[in-house]
Design a protein around this ligand. Sequence first.
Ligand code: MN
Length: 487
Amino acid sequence: MAANTGKKGGGKLGEYERKRDFDTTPEPSGKKRRQGKGMPRFVVQEHSARRLHWDLRLEREGVAVSWAVPNGIPNDPSENRKAVHTEDHPLEYLDFEGEIPAGEYGAGTMRIWDRGTYEVEKWEKGKIVFSFSGERLSGRYALFRAGAGAKDWMIHRIDPPSEARDPFPESVVPMLAKLSKLPASDDDWGVEVKWDGVRAIAYCRPGRLELQSRNLNDVTAQYPEVRGLSRQLGARDAVLDGELVAFDEEGRPSFERLQQRIHQTSESVVRRRMKSHPVTYVIFDLLYLEGHNLIDEPYNRRRELLEDLGLAGESWQVPRYSTGPAKELLEASAEQKLEGIVLKRLDSRYAPGKRNGSWLKVKNIGRQEFVIGGWQEGEGRRRNSLGSILLGYFDEHGALHYAGKVGTGFSDRDLDELLRRLRPLARKPNPFAGRRGPRQAHFVEPELVAEIEFRELTAEGMVRHGSFKGLREDKPTAEVGVKRPAG
Ligand code: MN
């Protein structure tokens, strides 16, 4: 179907009428024909259908000529966005908002995102140049055919936006918290729960969401349940910082449960595990919103803007921070068997990739990552299988030091996974320098990182009463050094 190029009356609304049952849908039937007076009108409807999109309709010769724009009307002249030409709609549709019932064409919620008038500069077959005067939209735009099919169009902003916009960040390295004891005074700190999961930054643009891990890998496909967040943000551009957390039956973050999600890339496994081991994206920071980069704004301001977004869903949440006494909050977190708390200076800016002391983590139990330098066989049931792993950490010269061994905390699945991952890394020489650990062991290239919980870390950096919590895929081995609370 070509753009409406001037044929009047007749079957212009034929396709519109054929697709709909007006006994069921509240959409206008278009029986009345009403010609607009003065400047022609436009509407952009946010249509939360099977896929969120925006419908642009331009009043023209007795009908509303229509396009579906999957990623919203672009603000930035450097971007062409897809616009799928759809059937002409009746003029009454310019005012339509409502629920299109399930089973009907376009089932979902339709609401008006912007409306106003527009001025045509050029209306040719396959190319339209016009200016919007709406509440949100203004400026010159072109709609033009691009692609093989008659429905394949693009929309492009011609003039620069009047308001200066900060560029949308493509990737931000998350800010980090320094392991610490409680600060002497807690007056100027916001306190959050320390969420035991994996860090992820969410890049949200209309109709799209990308999740990046702390080493900037795209992990979007691994956590499909978080995608609905983009629908809630609608046409707002935002960059969020948070933690992907799997909660156990008691509602506590479980890093063990999360293990079932971290390594999965096969789509069918991800679908199944999404049901058996769902994750929640726990959002605690807002780095960009609608053209404004917020990283230089103070923490409490960023949190205020984040809370104003009202984000809440089955698979995402924004827990509030607290300014109460940190000591009590730490004790409460210990009672609830949480890993600890994070303190954030209320006036601090977001420092990407930095551990500058503006964020502090205070832990209830010792827990950190170690490099696996080898393994030993077990006894009894675990004879000929893995009994314990040998832990190490790198010093500032790049030498791997032995930090003890851990023989508990493994599920059967962990044992299989560890052996499968460790066997190809086998090497003869002992990789440990300085303190070298046991002489008899299956040594491996120090490439895997294990998360270990322990009661004590000795002054010599040896783990006592350690327990395996899982493999970490998001921490480079070189970053694994022994860490102790400072201050
Ligand atoms: Mn639509």
